[in-house]
Design a protein around this ligand. Sequence first.
Ligand SMILES: [Zn+2]
Length: 83
Amino acid sequence: MKFLPSCHDVQMDLTEYTEGALPVSKRIGIWVHLRYCRACSGFLRGMHALSGLGKMLLAAPTQAPESAEKLLAQVQEAIRKQA
Ligand SMILES: [Zn+2]
C-alpha cells in the first residue's frame, strides 16, 4: 500500500496543497514528505518566495488528525528500513 507521495506527486500537488484544496489524507502525506525531503521543501520555499505566503504555509497544520503521529512513526520506520 502506498501511503506516501513521491517527489513527483508532491510537486504536482503543491499548488493545491498551499491553497488548502487537498483532502486531509493527501495533505498529511505531502506534509510528512516535506519534513524529510529537501528537494520538495526547497521547491515549496521557492513557491513561497513567489507567492509571498511563506509564513502562513510553512507552519505545520494546526489541526493534524491524531493519526498523523502514527503515520509519522510509520514513515520514520520505512525510512530506517530503506537506509
Ligand atoms: Zn520530495
